[in-house]
Design a protein. Structure first.
Length: 184
């Protein structure tokens, strides 16, 4: 359904239509201005509904829905529990401290693929926690710590890696990752 012009719009259109001349097709007939009509009533806008449910003072809040895990468990629950509690010892480790992202990525790929071909299941990737640098250019703190989990989910490592989890405190805590490899 086409919208009708208001009286102000129709008056403006007729003024513009009288003042123009066609550039190419001089014998082109311009449409007659539309007669003003009574404007159609605009629908009344309803106020936006709040995403917060209504409540009364003193009422207990409903429990929040559980958030889905960021990395779904793809390995045996008992083994995962032992791994996150630090009960499993990593079979190999790589320390990426002091490396740039460009140096660390190929080293990580080489390490993971060699570890899987050697039949290892649990390896430790030490990234460090990172430290803030007083630079005028903002950079993420701990660039390796943020980038390594992404690299492990991308090819060619995604086919080799079964599970990634933050290491136990005795193996480096938040500055290291357990990488559980698939069987060859």
């Amino acid at each position: 359904m086409r919208r009708r012009l208001t009286s102000d719009e129709a008056e403006l259109w007729s003024t513009v239509a009288r003042s123009i001349t066609p550039m190419h097709n001089r014998h082109l007939q311009l449409p007659d201005p539309v007669e003003p009509t009574t404007p159609e009533p605009q629908p009344v806008k309803q106020p936006a509904q709040s995403r917060i449910p209504a409540f009364r003072l003193g009422e207990k809040a409903a429990p929040a829905p559980a958030a889905p895990p960021s990395d779904p468990l793809r390995m045996d629950a008992r083994t995962h529990q032992k791994m996150t509690r630090g009960k499993l010892a990593p079979e190999a480790r790589i320390d990426l401290h002091g490396m740039t992202l460009a140096e660390a990525h190929p080293e990580l790929i080489r390490f993971i693929l060699n570890a899987q071909s050697d039949g290892l299941r649990l390896v430790l990737v030490i990234t460090g926690k990172g430290k803030g640098v007083a630079d005028p250019v903002p950079r993420p703190i701990g660039a390796l710590r943020h980038q390594v989990p992404h690299w492990l989910r991308l090819p060619p490592l995604a086919l080799s890696v079964q599970q990634v989890a933050e290491a136990h405190l005795k193996h480096g805590g938040s500055g290291a990752f357990y990488v559980y490899l698939r069987r060859r």
